[in-house]
Design a protein. Structure first.
Length: 205
């Protein structure tokens, strides 16, 4: 009986010792390239900049801690999302969406996707030279306009009679797009304000 108690006690001690053992070392064998979602932390950033809350400064609004801009008076600011750094609605019934995003892929690939959403032939590299330009963040952006039946995908219904105005350009931090989508007449009515908004954008350092 005494031997059983001794062996039992040794078994418990062995179990406790095993629980205290240090975990085995893990060796990292794979790495990946950084992408646009891997934003480096900003030293000295304010709470507004860290958590994407809007602020005021420099004579205009500041959004997502990255861009300063002048918002047209009748545009309504909406909360940003994972893919919309700046987000607005406009028009009499707020039926026009305007938003700024960072995109992956090349210029031609993004523009081709926009055209496909409207059932239009995809542009080629040679077609890009004929598209108008707008100043964006001190550089040159390509202005794309198309209209027809809009097929947004992701299970959402098609919208006939819609139009898109989009600006896309290569910036030091990646490809930036500013898109305006809504009923064709409403989009045309917002074009002057859309151009002014694009021209007002500045990157906050």
């Amino acid at each position: 009986m005494r031997l059983l108690l001794i062996f039992g006690g040794l078994a418990v001690l062995a179990g406790l010792t095993a629980c205290k053992e240090k975990p085995a070392e893990v060796t990292v064998t794979e790495t990946r390239e950084l992408n646009l979602s891997d934003e480096p932390p900003k030293l000295g950033a304010t709470s507004d900049q860290r958590f994407g809350q809007p602020g005021i400064g420099g004579g205009g609004d500041v959004g997502a801690g990255e861009y300063a801009f002048v918002k047209p008076g009748d545009w309504v600011r909406r909360p940003g999302t994972e893919f919309r750094l700046l987000n607005f609605v406009a028009g009499e019934n707020e039926e026009v969406e305007i938003y700024l995003s960072k995109s992956r892929g090349g210029l031609i690939g993004n523009i081709a996707r926009w055209f496909r959403q409207f059932g239009k032939p995809e542009p080629t590299e040679s077609n890009l030279g004929a598209l108008p330009r707008l100043v964006i963040l001190g550089g040159e952006g390509i202005l794309v306009e198309t209209a027809g039946t809009y097929s947004p995908g992701m299970g959402r219904p098609e919208a006939p009679g819609f139009a898109l105005a989009g600006v896309i350009g290569q910036t030091p931090s990646g490809i930036l797009t500013i898109k305006m989508i809504g009923p064709e007449a409403s989009v045309k009515g917002e074009m002057e304000r859309f151009r002014a908004f694009c021209a007002s954008l500045k990157e906050v350092e």
